[in-house]
Design a protein around this ligand. Structure first.
Ligand SMILES: [Zn+2]
Length: 168
């Protein structure tokens, strides 16, 4: 048995048992379902999952999940276990509820910002149309004035009249 165990260990790249087998104090084989997901470098991941769900339940869950989804499943189990350890009452539901509250607040803020944008756009278009009519009025005034004598001409005529009136 000892020789077989050594040969199994020598075939594994790390040559050390997975975090699950280490915690459960059992021999880790190359077929151990925990090996790809619970490395001995992160023993706290398996400790949390084992404490909340139990190692045998985690083993059963992983067997029921297709191989390509097991990594994601382990990540969510670890997340849920850590949340449950932090908050024994609500677990990860506390985070979900808090995020849902934030989403609702942000949706309200977004709706208010959109309403403000619509109001500001309306004000800008009103201001632009008002300035457009002002420009038109200025243009009309300019056209009227251009047919009349220029200011300089008018000024020089005034001076002449004044000089004539001062003559004896
Ligand atoms: Zn193992």
């Amino acid at each position: 048995m000892e020789v077989k165990s050594r040969s199994t260990n020598s075939s594994s790249p790390t040559n050390v048992p997975c975090a699950g087998c280490k915690l459960l104090r059992r021999r880790c084989s190359k077929d151990c379902i925990f090996v790809p997901y619970f490395s001995s470098a992160e023993p706290e991941k398996f400790a949390a999952v084992h404490r909340i769900f139990g190692a045998s339940n985690v083993c059963k869950m992983l067997h029921d999940i297709p191989l390509n989804h097991r990594g994601d499943a382990v990540n969510s189990l670890v997340y849920e276990a850590n949340a449950r350890l932090r908050d024994p009452v609500y677990g990860c539901v506390a985070s979900i509820a808090s995020l849902q509250h934030q989403v609702s607040q942000l949706q309200t803020e977004l709706a208010m910002a959109l309403a403000e944008t619509i109001t500001l756009r309306a004000q800008i278009s009103e201001a632009l149309s008002a300035s457009g009519s002002l420009k038109n009025r200025a243009l009309e005034t300019y056209c009227c004035c251009s047919s009349m004598p220029t200011l300089a001409q008018a000024y020089s005529q005034d001076i002449l009249i004044e000089q004539q009136s001062q003559l004896p």
